[in-house]
Write a protein that binds this ligand. Structure first.
Ligand code: GAP
Length: 453
């Protein structure tokens, strides 16, 4: 690609991201934490529309990975655990990136993210400090004394408590190998350079599943989970296959037999949303070494009468990163019919979110404020049927459609003056903008079928 084309592509990506970030703020989807203090780099808040969207994605993951399987159990561990956990995992000594400072403009960079090695991307200076290691673990103190002996860490990944709790969970759930343990929760990393909206944050949600099995056959399990995870993105979240790809790790950790990432084509380029890792027996043997509780970290095979460290296959993704992916995938600008004077069509911004994760699944819009009472009854019935609903009676119907399009509402139900007589409403489809008259008696069933299609 020529330099000119590259520059044009970068400008398009910047413009796209600027529009998405602006929409997310304006409509209360995602915005900077502590904005009235100027924001806090790498920390984000989810508003009234972002919260249900992120939760729904998390719920879909939980159902797919835990509830729909007999061989995966759930965990919700504390964020802070014994500091030795992070010594055993290697995070205290080795979880670092190399950073460098520009001596001229004073900006700080991750060495592996410099587009031109040795050159500051902000001012072009080559006057950079020698690279040095920077540990990403976030520290705090536990107890009344703030000294080295009381340092604790905010977890940098959600999987370590899974390894530590392996035997307790196995016994409680009466599981035999092979089986998995899954967790959704916060993780914290003191990233040198948070960037690309929520893509690289300092506080984020991870969704991880650790699958414990015998070493023999573990590569088959790796293949199994790799395909399961691909299906989650394509069949559950409806991400087009052509926007996803595999990225195999060339350099493997010494204990790993295989590792691959699933990447998505973000506006700023291909980048990772999930890693599927063969972790060997590394984690379990490390925790045995540091805790001296070997029996808790091994599995006793009743048939062979042998105890051994289970091999682990991990699926690890970021809920915020997936949320960003679905927003990037859903954002669109097109035109819609308008009743504005002198215009037949008007520009509209629309999020083509898959209905299962749309913050509002059905908006109820009475044609006139006079129809509030029966329209509220429709909303009440839809809420009871477990749809996420919103009621809106302000502004013209066209403006109300635009408002719902912007937050990705797949269906708008209009209650009009005919509804009183024909006991039916008009359902408008966000994507096709087609309208269909639906009897009130069939409304819930039809919406259910469309939303779960
Ligand atoms: N337990 C393995 C592990 O944590 P990782 O590749 O460091 O592996 C897994 O992280 C996933 O967590 C990534 O694919 C990404 O989706 C998410 N993630 C990691 N760092 C992140 C960050 N700073 N901000 C947002 N998401 C992040």
């Amino acid at each position: 690609m020529s330099d000119e084309n590259k520059a044009a592509e970068a400008a398009n990506a910047t413009e796209f991201m600027a529009k998405l970030v602006a929409l997310c703020k304006r409509r209360g989807i995602i915005f900077q934490s502590s904005e009235i203090y100027g924001g806090f780099n790498g920390f984000w808040d989810y508003g009234p529309y972002g919260t249900p969207m992120r939760r729904s994605i998390g719920n879909l993951w939980w159902k797919y990975m835990v509830e729909d399987r007999d061989n995966v159990e759930g965990l919700d561990s504390s964020i802070i655990c014994h500091p030795s956990v992070w010594r055993a995992s290697g995070h205290v000594d080795h979880f670092s990136d190399q950073m460098t400072d520009c001596k001229d403009c004073k900006k700080r960079w991750r060495v592996d993210q410099l587009p031109v090695p040795g050159e500051c991307p902000a001012c072009g200076s080559h006057n950079l400090t020698e690279p040095r290691d920077f540990n990403l673990m976030m520290r705090t103190y536990v107890g009344p004394v703030f000294d080295e002996d009381h340092i604790a860490y905010l977890r940098a990944e959600t999987c370590q408590p899974i390894f530590v709790d392996f035997n307790t969970i196995r016994v409680a759930a009466r599981q035999q190998l092979p089986f998995g343990i899954a967790q959704i929760g916060k993780a914290f990393r003191n990233e040198i350079n948070p960037r690309n909206f929520t893509f690289r944050s300092r506080e984020f949600m991870q969704m991880e599943m650790e699958f414990f099995c015998k070493d023999e056959g573990s590569l088959d399990w790796f293949e199994y989970w790799r395909h399961e995870r691909w299906n989650f993105y394509t069949k559950i979240l409806h991400i087009p296959e052509e926007k996803l790809r595999w990225k195999w790790h060339e350099k493997l950790a010494h204990y790993a037999k295989q590792a691959v990432d699933i990447e998505y084509l973000f506006p700023f380029g291909w980048d990772e949303v999930e890693g599927i890792h063969h972790r060997g027996t590394w984690d379990m043997s490390q925790h045995a070494l540091f805790s001296k509780q070997e029996a808790q970290c091994k599995y006793f095979d009743a048939e062979t009468k042998e105890a051994f460290y289970p091999t682990v296959v991990e699926t690890s993704c970021g809920l915020d990163r997936i949320s960003l992916m679905v927003l990037c995938n859903a954002y669109d600008e097109d035109t819609a019919a308008t009743k504005k004077e002198g215009k037949e069509e008007d520009a509209r911004v629309v999020l083509h979110l898959t209905p299962m994760i749309a913050p509002v699944q059905v908006a109820v819009l009475p044609l006139s404020k006079k129809l509030e009472a029966p329209a509220r009854e429709v909303q009440k019935a839809l809420r009871q049927a477990c749809f996420r609903t919103e009621y809106d009676d302000t502004g013209s119907i066209g403006k109300r459609y635009r408002r719902q399009d912007e937050v990705g509402t797949p269906f708008c139900v209009t209650y009009d003056f005919d509804s009183e007589n024909d006991h039916a409403v008009t359902v408008r489809n966000r994507d096709t903008m087609a309208q269909e008259r639906v009897p009130l008696a069939d409304l819930s069933a039809k919406l259910f079928a469309w939303i779960h299609a």
